[in-house]
Design a protein around this ligand. Structure first.
Ligand code: RP5
Length: 164
């Protein structure tokens, strides 16, 4: 039996998986347990509803939802759980992700969705934001996040050193 997942990832389609590897690899890097399911607000609404309703009871702490085009997944999940929900708008569609960005970010008052950038940058940041939420109660994870931030700064400094 696998370890209890702390982060649940829902993707609207298998076609989102390439982008969402940036989320799973970042969670792996931070040693955060996670699970991933394909579930669509449009194609499998009952599956989305039951996943959202059961997630907290199953020990999930944060749900990350990736969807493109008319991206209702994160909002639909947020409507059925009190867990923090992070939405990742997928590129593609008629406006290459701007459609999904607006669909995800423009939640009416009452159901929050923390929306990150479109595509791979957002997919990585979704994992980092989930990690920051989990780190509120996890000192070891907080140190891992600090190390990651220090490494990022060091990499930029090394690039500048090469220029001088
Ligand atoms: C959304 O529609 C999915 O999240 C995906 O980004 C987009 C297109 O899905 P496919 O037609 O490629 O399955 O629901």
């Amino acid at each position: 039996m696998g370890k209890q997942p702390l982060v649940g990832i829902l993707v609207g389609s298998e076609s989102d998986l390439d982008v969402m590897r940036a989320t799973t690899s970042t969670l792996d890097e931070l040693k955060i347990t996670h699970e991933l399911r394909v579930a669509s607000a449009h194609r499998t609404p009952a599956l989305v509803r039951s996943y959202a309703e059961e997630a907290e009871g199953r020990g999930i702490k944060v749900v990350i939802c990736a969807a493109g085009m008319a991206a209702h997944l994160a909002g639909a999940v947020g409507a059925a759980t009190d867990l923090p929900v992070i939405g990742v708008p997928m590129p593609g569609g008629v406006a290459d992700g701007l459609d999904a960005l607006l669909s995800t970010v423009q939640m009416p008052a009452g159901v929050p969705v923390a929306t990150v950038a479109v595509g791979k940058a957002g997919a990585r940041n979704a994992a980092l934001l989930a990690a920051r939420i989990l780190a509120l109660n996890d000192e070891v994870l907080r140190r891992r996040l600090r190390t990651l931030r220090d490494e990022m700064a060091a990499a930029v400094e090394a690039q500048n050193a090469e220029r001088t």
